[in-house]
Design a protein around this ligand. Structure first.
Ligand code: GTP
Length: 236
């Protein structure tokens, strides 16, 4: 078996990715294939924590008529829905999984407790972090950066609809060029839209590398976790 490059990873799954070809909601086939891949990387002995977005259900920042904080809290609730769907799919594959929420809702899931999350990971459980950072004005990418720093993850695997970081939006510009590798400061200086600046600076300050890759292709999560050259590598 290939020796994994990373011992502990944070997998960030955007909400949009969970919608698959649908405009809205959860595509069960997508959740199933993500769960299959998480199972594979767990079986390689890699500790897996997951941060899920919520954009397939609600996007706070696209609701300009609403108070931003309220819209963001609605987005955090959306991530909890996604987290529970992923937990269900993982448990159907006999993978012990714990959901921890950054906003307490004890009847639904455990509250986020760092030391407890670390213990779950040491026991081989997958931990899904839901409700972002628990604060409005922070993205789930920032939650991924924060949790990665807290649980001492080796890398963030940023699973996206596009297959890496480009110099302009590849959906709009057919001549957009993909980067194989980058430094965080380039993302900030060039205003590349891969991550917001809060998440980018947090990763830069804490020297956490990110692999940005496309989730649409089966096998990519495993490749990224094993340290194969896919997507764009952002150096920590
Ligand atoms: P260990 O102490 O390492 O054995 O971990 P554990 O998670 O198995 O122990 P615990 O008895 O704390 O949890 C048992 C189950 O209850 C797990 O599925 C937890 O996710 C769940 N659980 C624990 N705390 C809470 C909580 O505050 N709210 C909810 N809804 N579930 C919880």
């Amino acid at each position: 078996m290939q020796e994994p490059k990373y011992k502990r990873v944070v997998l960030k799954i955007s909400g949009e990715a969970l919608a698959g070809e649908k405009e809205f909601g959860i595509d069960q086939d997508v959740i199933n294939s993500i769960a299959d891949e998480i199972k594979e990387i767990r079986e390689c002995g890699i500790d897996v924590a997951v941060v899920v977005g919520g954009g397939n259900i609600w996007r706070g920042r696209n609701s300009p008529q609403m108070d931003r904080a309220t819209a963001d809290y609605m987005g955090m609730l959306a991530t909890v829905i996604n987290a529970l769907a992923l937990q269900d799919a993982l448990e159907k594959r006999n993978i012990e999984t714990r959901v921890q929420t950054a906003i307490e809702m004890k009847e639904i899931a455990e509250p986020y407790i760092r030391r407890r999350a670390m213990r779950h990971l040491e026991k081989g459980r997958v931990v899904i972090f839901a409700a972002g950072t628990g604060n409005p004005f922070f993205s789930t990418d920032t939650a991924a950066a924060l949790r990665a720093a807290e649980i001492e993850a080796d890398v963030i695997l940023l699973a996206k609809k596009v297959d890496g970081v480009y110099d302009s939006d590849p959906m709009k510009n057919p001549n957009a060029q993909k980067f194989d590798s980058l430094e965080y400061i380039d993302i900030l200086n060039r205003g590349l839209g891969v991550m917001d600046s809060t998440a980018t600076s947090l990763c830069m300050d804490n020297k956490i590398p990110i692999i940005v890759f496309g989730i649409n292709k089966a096998g990519n999560i495993k490749k990224a976790a094993l340290g194969e050259n896919i997507g764009t590598f952002v150096k920590g």
